[in-house]
Design a binder for this molecule. Structure first.
Ligand code: NAD
Length: 258
């Protein structure tokens, strides 16, 4: 079934390349007729993201830089979106980062700087962008972020990112409570492991994928398209009664207790 998001505008944050989960979400939203605003981390990503966005052949698309470690950048970016687009109806937050050294071995060795960096980019950024996006969601809206099972349970090598995801998951609930009165819903998709640029940073990622194939109820790994379509549902009115929720799109892996 194809949902229609004609006449609506969504901000997609976190496309780095064609493997990015954000790109899967963008494709699902585009197929449903939505207008898209893309934000990327900085100059070094611009060329690749622009080339991808061009493949959509949608002249309504907008592309803006936004480094989420900078409050000025965030404020400037949303001011530009307001100026060029006006109202937005949703935002996909698909952003995370941690030092590679902190994604292997024992969690307890994480440095203070590594801890703060991961939380700054991967958790605080959702709150910072939600605050700005709220001002543009005058007709109500839907915010969707991406999380992972490693925030609920110990996943080997996920370490600091798991702790940051736990903060992100809690942020979803607090933001959902704050923003509900404005007609804005906030939810997370807990995606199964997908081979992306960020995933490459997690030590021994291949064996995590293999485990999913062998043991997840659906006996296969998660695709970008599956996450994109779940996001489409969360951005559409079909999910209008859902907020503060974490939906697992992971072939059912999270239900296993063994
Ligand atoms: P990705 O590397 O394609 O996307 C991560 C994005 O974060 C990149 O676009 C990067 O530019 C952006 N980013 C990093 N620092 C930034 C900053 N300072 N300012 C702005 N943007 C910044 O990888 P992905 O796997 O598509 O990751 C997207 C989200 O999905 C992340 O939150 C990740 O934790 C989550 N996730 C990924 C998986 C997986 O297995 N790939 C599973 C569950 C959840």
């Amino acid at each position: 079934m194809v949902l229609s998001l004609e006449g609506r505008t969504y901000v997609v944050m976190g496309v780095a390349n064609k493997r990015s989960i954000a790109w899967g979400i963008a494709r699902s939203l585009h197929a449903a007729g939505a207008r898209l605003v893309f934000t990327y981390a900085g100059e070094r990503f611009e060329k690749e993201v622009r080339a991808l966005v061009d493949t959509l052949e949608d002249e309504r698309s907008l592309l803006l830089p936004c480094d989420v470690t900078s409050d000025d950048d965030i404020v400037r970016c949303f001011a530009q979106i307001k100026e060029q687009v006006g109202v937005i109806h949703g935002l996909a937050h698909c952003i995370a980062y941690a030092n590679k050294d902190d994604l292997s071995g024992e969690y307890m060795n994480v440095s203070r700087d590594g801890f703060l960096l991961a939380h700054n980019i991967s958790a605080y950024s959702l709150t910072a962008v939600a605050r700005e996006a709220k001002e543009l969601m005058t007709e109500g809206g839907s915010i969707v972020t991406l999380t992972y099972l490693g925030g609920e349970r110990v996943v080997q090598n996920y370490n600091i990112m798991g702790v940051a995801k736990a903060a992100l998951d809690a942020s979803v609930k607090y933001l959902a409570n704050d923003l509900g009165k404005y007609g804005i819903r906030v939810n997370a998709i807990s995606a199964g492991p997908i081979r992306t640029l960020s995933a490459k940073g997690v030590s021994d990622f291949n064996s995590i994928l293999k485990q999913i194939e062998e043991r997840a109820p659906l006996r296969r790994t998660t695709t970008q398209e599956e996450v994109g379509d779940a996001a489409l549902f969360l951005f559409s009115d079909l999910s209008r009664g859902i907020t503060g929720e974490i939906i697992h799109v992971d072939s059912g892996y999270h239900i296993l207790g063994y």
